[in-house]
Design a protein. Sequence first.
Length: 256
Amino acid sequence: MIQCDLSQGEFNAWASYAQDEKMLNDIRNGLDIHRTVAYKVWNMKPEDVTKELRTFAKRVVFGLMYGISIKGAANLVGCSEKEAQRIQDTFFGMYPKAAAWLKNIPSVARFKGYLTTVFGRKRRLAHLFNHPLEGMRSYAARVASNFPMQSTVADITARNMINLKPYLDSVGAQIILTVHDSIIVQCDKSIAKQVSEEMMKIVTQPVPNYHGIIKCDIEIGTAWGHLDKVEFDDAFEATFTDETLSSIKMQWTEPA
């Protein structure tokens, strides 16, 4: 079993649409954005940020993508509204172009009546923005905030599935499941290294008119509970550790 998971897909899409070079560079350089937000909010060293504080920051920031209010984010995460506000202010202070784009995109959607992804998929919203109920109009604004990012990631995942199929068919492998932006492939153990390398090459191909960095994490094993991350060099060659190979051999069971 090989699992291919888009890395920071929504952040990449957000930075691409906002043309926020600072966010793109931070993603490209591997900055842990959530940890950075957390240590700035709670005024501590990066290495002192606990898993809980990082999760607080991560969930509040992701709430912004869904148009959740500060009060809603605080209730969702379990922190105070003051802390949620500080997380939002810190994140927006780091990425002002992304903040400005997110604030403006509902107005763009209201004016045009729809939004599209870089693939051309359209989400019509005029009927919601013109709805007599205020709740539906608020819902339209939240959809407008989230649609470009989440739907672009979904489109990239769909593109990857289409591009992967000819190769997987040629080696007797198959896609067995998708979960959000993860693609799970089943193949014979003897070609697992080869398949993982080819998958990495295929899924990281650039998308026209998209400025985000398409990065993926690939894990391999025999079951979801027994997956090990595969490291790749600049030539997309997978580095299998002895522990990884041993784990696969130990867990592998031949079909009846």
